[in-house]
Design a protein around this ligand. Structure first.
Ligand SMILES: *Cc1c(COP(=O)(O)O)cnc(C)c1O
Length: 387
């Protein structure tokens, strides 16, 4: 395969896969609207490009964590509804309200910040009231819910309540008993809010896992994140139709022969058993290859479709790959493409890295570095226009 012009390290994002995944999710939740979650720079895939592809494929909302992330979408000219859900005390929310970004509100303090922003901009703040139904993270504790609703009711012109929402603790285990308990608390909070505020309010609580496995929880709006990127949020293979969108790749920078009995890379945790051909791949932990993967000793890359073991420590900028006994044909040339992880086609995947590390693939894809170390390029129909 020709790799001329390929970057040293590159995250290639397949926007057709994003569109496919969003169409699939929106189809599963056909009775609900779909909010594509593009926080953390689109889980490392590029928030603006993913957002455009998702909207193109049937999502009608976008979800982010911070008002800065919302601002990036608005700066790019994206006008779709955006919800931003986590803010710190004294954060200036006026720019967000001025740009029609909806705000998550879970306390009187959050509400006060939204009211301040409404005064500053002269337009009501659209708020999604978050009830803590059992995740015990952000969200209003049920005991304070009535008080928060009173506070909202006290600011009729300044805040416009749009939704009641919550987040699940065990959605990745679809039969977990806490899910029904959270749903029951949620319905109670939603009913109380609708009655106290005397208006219809959207209901939303389904992340990717619940979108895929719990149609009873789709309500008015689903909020898939990881599934948009083609990664299965459960361990059960519930989402065979999803297509992983990111290929993280590098190139062979150097081939060399290392004599038998030599230590390789920092700390010499691996020693050549015989004279070996090694390939240097210029991607390391500064690019998003976790250093602990080297210690696990089971990291593999794919070169020309063949899996090869990484040997020795992962360094900041590079890893070494064992191509076998020196003198034996290996079919690898300097400049060849090296797939670090990619689609589930027999090569290594983000889920495989997560398994080696005892973490989740969410952390792997969001850990992929940005410019200037890692180039992000796009494939798929719109991608060719913007790459
Ligand atoms: C991140 C996030 C989501 C998306 O979760 P996934 O598991 O990636 O689908 C949905 N809702 C909230 C509040 C989140 O923080």
């Amino acid at each position: 395969m020709s790799t001329a012009g390929t970057a040293r390290v590159e995250a290639v994002v397949d926007l057709d896969a994003i569109r496919h995944n969003v169409r699939h999710l929106a189809g599963l939740a056909a009775g609900a609207a779909t909010m594509a979650v593009v926080k953390a720079d689109g889980y490392g895939h590029g928030a603006v490009d993913v957002a455009r592809a998702a909207l193109d494929a049937g999502a009608t909302w976008l979800g982010v964590c911070t008002v800065e992330e919302a601002g990036e979408l608005r700066d790019a000219g994206i006008t779709a509804p955006v919800l931003s859900w986590l803010h710190v005390p004294d954060e200036d929310l006026a720019p967000a309200v001025g740009r029609q970004v909806d705000l998550g509100v879970a306390s009187r303090r959050d509400l006060a910040a939204a009211v301040t922003a409404a005064h500053a901009t002269g337009r009501p703040a659209r708020v999604h009231l978050k009830i803590d139904t059992g995740l015990s993270r952000n969200g209003c504790p049920p005991a304070d819910w009535g008080d928060l609703l009173d506070a909202v009711a006290d600011h009729p012109g300044e805040v416009e309540p749009v939704a009641v929402w919550t987040h699940l603790a065990h959605a990745d285990a679809p039969a977990h008993p806490t899910i029904d308990r959270q749903a029951a608390r949620f319905d109670e909070a939603h009913a109380a809010a609708s009655a106290r505020l005397d208006r219809p309010l959207l209901a939303h609580l389904a992340n990717s896992a619940a979108t895929l496995t719990r149609p009873d929880l789709h309500r008015d709006l689903v909020r898939p994140g990881i599934a948009v990127y083609g990664l299965d949020p459960t361990d059960d293979g519930v989402a065979p139709a999803l297509r992983p969108a990111m290929t993280f790749r590098s190139r062979v920078a150097l081939l060399k022969t290392v004599a038998a009995g030599e230590g390789v890379s920092y700390g010499h945790i691996w020693t050549t058993p015989t004279d070996r051909t090694l390939a240097l791949v210029p991607a390391g932990y500064a690019d998003g290859v976790p250093r602990l993967l080297g210690a696990a000793g089971r990291l593999e890359v794919a070169i020309g479709g063949v899996r090869r073991p990484v040997v020795g420590r992962v360094c900041m900028d590079q890893v070494m790959v064992d191509l076998g006994p020196a003198g034996e044909p290996h079919g690898v040339a300097e400049g060849d493409e090296v797939v670090l992880f990619g689609p589930d086609d027999g090569g290594p995947t983000a889920a495989e890295w997560a398994g080696l590390l005892g973490t989740i693939h969410y952390e792997i894809v969001t850990g992929v570095g940005g410019r200037p170390r890692v180039r992000r390029s796009l494939t798929g129909a719109a991608g060719q226009l913007t790459a």
